[in-house]
Ligand binder design. Sequence first.
Ligand code: F6R
Length: 261
Amino acid sequence: MEVIITSGPQEIASIGADAFCHLVDRLPGAVLGLATGSSPLTIYDEIARRCDAGEVSFAQASAFTLDEYVGLSADHPQRYRNVIAAELTDRIDIDPARVNGPDGLADDIAAACAAYEAAIAGAGGVDLQILGIGTDGHIAFNEPGSSLASRTRIKTLTAQTRADNARFFGDDPDAVPQHCLTQGLATIMSARHLLLVATGRAKSEAIHHLVEGAVSAMWPATILQHHPKVTVLVDAAAASRLALSDYYRETYRGKPAWQHI
Ligand code: F6R
């Protein structure tokens, strides 16, 4: 696991956008894994800026989102399909028909989850998956207690996550759906490169467990310690509880530029 303690949002945006842009330069038909939430937004803005400036093209790429609320109407602004369109995919030249997400309005939820797994596998798997992390250590919506071997399925959101996400629903936790469809931890682990982004002190405990804690379903993100290629992109506040922060800084400073993302 590589931990990059950045100077803040600008550096996060630049390193994160580099990861996506270098990937599609190398592999124009790359499969991108996209997350919603606040953490990736500066990266998405920088990707959109570069695409607008003609510096990069996603015309041949495809994308899969991590999760979706169950039951939000097709035109609901917080439906993750609509959120990701507004935040990224409508702002770049990716073909909207190649942007996929779990179907939170499906009549047969189990079949929709199986179909989503099959679609990801059929596309050849995700090349680069961006992730946020919940204050309780969730990734996608794999809440504490999730099976470390889980695949796409329905989950119940915790009271903590609904409180955290209430800001998108008029500050009303009761307006946040109770259920979601989410890629499982094993689904996420199948992606070839994982890029996890976190900022702010509220994330410092989760980042501490992710990087330096024991692997446990109680902190679902800790499963990433078993992945061979994970980049953790944080600011100083999110890194504030890391015991080895000096070592991570020194390692990144000493890395030759050609080895950067
Ligand atoms: C969203 C998702 C969630 C968020 C997490 C952090 O697709 O998968 O796991 O990444 O809840 O959210 P923010 O970035 O808003 O703090």
